[in-house]
Write a protein that binds this ligand. Structure first.
Ligand SMILES: C[S@@+](CC[C@H](N)C(=O)[O-])C[C@H]1O[C@@H](n2cnc3c(N)ncnc32)[C@H](O)[C@@H]1O
Length: 231
C-alpha cells in the first residue's frame, strides 16, 4: 500500500515536472518569462524535490558529474565555476565525489538563495552570462566551467562562449549538456551555437574532447554531453 502510494506520488511529480518544464522551455521562450517561472518554482519550494537524484528522468547532472570525474585528475584542488547553478544540484553531487571548490553563477535570486543555504559555493555571482556580461573573475581562473541545462531557450546566449573561454585556465575544461533538439529548434542556437563552438576549435581557442548523445537528458529527450579543453 505504502509502495503504491509512493509510486503514485512519483508519477504525479513526473507529470507536474514535465508540464512545468515544457512550458519553461518552449523554443521561443523569453529570458524574462523563464526567470519568472524559475522564481515561482523556487518560491514553491519544489525545485529540488522535483529535480534532485532522478537519473532516469533527468540524466544531465549525472553526465556532467561523470565527465568532471573523468577529466579532472585532482578533484580536491580543482576550482569549478557552475554556470546556471540553479539550486546547486551539480555542486552537491560533485562535493560527494571529493570536489571542494565551487563558484556558482545564476541570475535567479531565489535559486541562488537556495544554493547559498547549502553552503557548498565559496562564491555566488547573482548575474547573467552572455550579451557582453562580464564575470567578476580574472582571466584563466577556473580549472573547469560546467553547466547543465542552462543552454536553453531564453537562457545563455551564444556569445557567452567568449567569456567562458576567458575565465578557464589553459588546459582547463568547459563541460556542458544541452537538450539535443535545442541546437536546431531554438532561434538563438540554430545554425549558430554548434558552428561557433567549431569555429573556436578552428581558431585554436579550444579542442573538442567529447561530443556524445545520451538519453533522458530530460524525460525522453536526448541530450548532448560536450567537453572542450581550452588551449
Ligand atoms: C534548467 S536550470 C538548471 C540548473 C542547474 N544547473 C541544474 O542542473 O539543476 C537553468 C538555470 O540557468 C539559469 N540561467 C538562465 N539564463 C542564464 C544566463 N544567461 N546565465 C547564467 N544562468 C542562466 C536559470 O536561472 C536556471 O537556474
Amino acid at each position: 500500500m505504502q509502495e503504491q502510494r509512493e509510486s503514485q506520488s512519483v508519477a504525479e511529480l513526473n507529470k507536474n515536472m514535465t508540464k512545468l518544464v515544457d512550458n519553461l522551455l518552449k523554443p521561443d521562450q523569453t529570458y524574462e518569462e523563464s526567470q519568472r517561472l524559475y522564481t515561482e518554482w523556487a518560491d514553491a519550494g519544489s525545485y529540488d524535490t522535483m529535480l534532485n537524484s532522478r537519473q532516469k528522468v533527468y540524466a544531465g547532472p549525472y553526465d556532467v558529474r561523470d565527465a568532471c570525474l573523468q577529466l579532472l585528475s585532482e578533484p580536491e584542488k580543482a576550482l569549478v565555476l557552475d554556470l546556471g547553478s540553479g539550486s546547486g544540484i551539480i555542486a552537491q553531487m560533485l562535493a560527494e565525489k571529493g570536489f571542494k571548490h565551487f563558484h556558482g553563477l545564476d541570475p535567479c535570486k531565489e535559486l541562488i538563495e537556495i544554493s547559498r543555504k547549502k553552503g557548498i559555493y565559496e562564491k555566488l555571482f547573482e548575474q547573467y552570462i552572455g550579451n557582453g556580461s562580464v564575470v567578476d573573475a580574472i582571466d584563466d581562473t577556473y580549472d573547469a566551467v560546467i553547466s547543465n541545462g542552462a543552454f536553453c531557450p531564453g537562457h545563455i546566449p551564444c556569445d557567452a562562449l567568449h567569456e567562458i573561454i576567458r575565465v578557464i585556465k589553459p588546459g582547463g575544461y568547459f563541460i556542458n549538456t544541452i537538450r539535443k533538439e535545442f541546437l536546431t529548434i531554438v532561434p538563438e542556437y540554430k545554425d549558430r551555437l554548434e558552428p561557433l563552438m567549431n569555429q573556436l576549435v578552428e581558431e585554436g581557442k579550444w579542442k573538442k574532447i567529447v561530443w556524445k548523445t545520451y538519453s533522458n537528458h530530460f524525460n525522453e529527450k536526448d541530450g548532448i554531453l560536450m567537453a572542450f579543453q581550452v588551449c
